[in-house]
Design a protein around this ligand. Sequence first.
Ligand code: ADP
Ligand code: MG
Length: 303
Amino acid sequence: MAEYYDPATYPKEWNYLQPGTIIDQYVIERELAHGGFSSVYLARQRDDQIQVAIKEYLPRKLAHRTWNNKVVANDEENLRLFQCGRNLFLEEAKVLATLKHPNIVEVVSFFSANSTVYIVMTYDYGVALDKLIKKKKMKVTLEFLQTVFNALLDGVEMMHQHHFVHLDIKPANILIRPGYNPLLLDFGAVQAFPGGEQKQRSKVISKGFSPVEQCHGETQLIGPWTDLYAVAASIRSCLDAKAPVSAIERIKKDTLVPAVKAHKRKFPDAFLQAIDWAMTIDPANRPQSVQEFRQALQIFNEV
Ligand SMILES: Nc1ncnc2c1ncn2[C@@H]1O[C@H](COP(=O)(O)OP(=O)(O)O)[C@@H](O)[C@H]1O
Ligand SMILES: [Mg+2]
């Protein structure tokens, strides 16, 4: 326990593993991204130089890194939460390691080091969809949306068939690879359904993408339709070039203009109706399976 931890004087270079750091059988090259719960690094396997992405559990509200790279809880109070979170993070890795699909990020291994845990993934070259939208790098055509979301739904469907829901689908967690080939990332909120046990982690809620049953923590109402709301909201955000209004706001007063109205004549009606259907506030009134949603979008798997 580092009782002297003071965020004000904390050395910045301890926030991330420095380039050249050796960890397990990998050398860190650089930081790729960081969020509130983790950091993601580009690294290389020492024996064959193959590049990998490594995700490190580091919930910044609960813990910090010290001079020797060890991650320690900020104080006694946070120690138990940190340890719980660490176990769940490892669970995320184990679940992912069993889900192999071309549109789902591949976990190659996981290990403990520096008093925390690391997930090793295949490194994929691409740009997160939220960045593409923000930079308005490409024209949002029906063909683009079908290419991206048809493939994404394939991956989501496979997960659902294994009785897992992702619960954090959003453009920031969709990596667009060359050829508009999407990769679903970030299984930090993954849960088993039905009746996934209540997990002792802070609820993951992404404003605009998480539906009402998730915001209200009604775990018994969570299922494939919860992910479908998030997928539809992701498609919607491509159309609008911004995140949709949040589910919490929508319950108070639904200001979301239906896609059929907002994007009339720019896209086929059936396609827009399908988006609106999956973004219905009441989970019971949404498509209940990927297959139903796919049919409504009128995008079919090429066999
Ligand atoms: N396997 C990977 N290959 C390439 N980039 C990745 C990979 N995994 C994560 N990233 C990058 O790191 C970012 C954060 O990853 P993510 O798993 O979403 O972590 P967080 O829990 O911090 O949101 C992604 O938006 C992406 O840019
Ligand atoms: Mg993420």
